[in-house]
Design a protein around this ligand. Structure first.
Ligand code: ATP
Length: 248
């Protein structure tokens, strides 16, 4: 297995002088090809910061971060679809930016919408869709970028539990079928254990890696299974201890 994302001793400081804020403190983390890694931690511990550094949206302060020139696609809690474009138009946008011609774009968008089980919805506008459907479109649009690594920042955080549960199943299926590498930020411990091959626990700010759990329960997992619940309880205890340590 090859390492797709290599983060070595990375520190991130926002601002400077008296306003300097240490967000990430000597983080080291490797993500292997095809791995599903969840980043978990208390609010403000730097999860989104780490994702934006991997995405190249911001610069590290010290250390090294190497993604070997690979392409990344990002997905956020809000689908951030263009409201004036149809579903097809939104999914086709990255294809258009890749210089793919109209007929091929339409064909590919249709395949991608089938993958996220939205076949037949291509002519709808984002406002005509539910929150879960909009996240499916956002996922199709991310897949259209043909990226090696999918970076997801609480993509299901705004959805109701049932919709989230269904999208966990869908994401797991797509991750396997498309052989994706996923780095997934959440503060939902059960969600992390439901989805991850690994759950990387960050300390309260400044973020440091305090545990790297390997989750070996067979897939597909149920979020309410005894295995997932048991491991989530163990990780929650560790997280609580960390938050309490930080607060004292
Ligand atoms: N652009 C920025 N400029 C200054 N400070 C920032 C910036 N972005 C984030 N921070 C600070 O860095 C710290 C880490 O923020 P970040 O959003 O990465 O945490 P998080 O773990 O994703 O939080 P949450 O779970 O609440 O979304 C916070 O204290 C935040 O206020």
């Amino acid at each position: 297995m090859s390492t797709v994302v290599r983060i070595d001793d990375v520190t991130k400081v926002y601002g400077s002088g008296g306003n300097a804020l240490l967000a990430l403190d000597h983080i080291s983390l490797g993500v292997q090809q095809g791995e599903f890694v969840c980043l978990l931690g208390a609010s403000g511990c730097g999860k989104s910061t780490l994702l934006s550094l991997v995405a190249g949206l911001d610069k590290i302060t010290t250390g090294t971060l190497d993604i070997g020139g690979r392409h990344v696609a990002l997905m956020f809690q809000e689908a951030a679809l263009f409201p004036w474009l149809s579903v097809n138009g939104n999914v086709e946008l990255p294809l258009r930016l890749q210089g793919i011609g109209k007929a091929e774009r339409r064909k590919r968008a249709s395949e991608l919408l089938d993958i996220v089980r939205l076949g037949g919805f291509g002519d709808k506008r984002p406002h005509e869709l539910s929150g879960g459907m909009r996240q499916r479109v956002a996922l199709a649009r991310a897949l259209a970028q043909n990226a090696d690594v999918l970076l997801m920042d609480e993509p299901f955080g705004a959805l109701d539990a049932m919709t989230r549960d269904i999208l966990h199943d869908e994401l797991e299926r797509i991750w396997r079928e498309q052989e994706l590498t996923v780095l997934f930020v959440t503060h939902n411990v059960r969600e992390a254990v439901r989805l991850g091959d690994r759950v990387v626990l960050l300390s309260s700010r400044p973020g440091r890696v305090i545990e790297d759990y390997r989750i070996n329960h067979p897939r597909p997992r149920r979020i309410d299974s005894p295995e997932v619940s048991g491991q989530a309880a163990e990780i929650t205890d560790r997280l609580r201890a960390e938050v309490a340590r930080h607060a004292s």
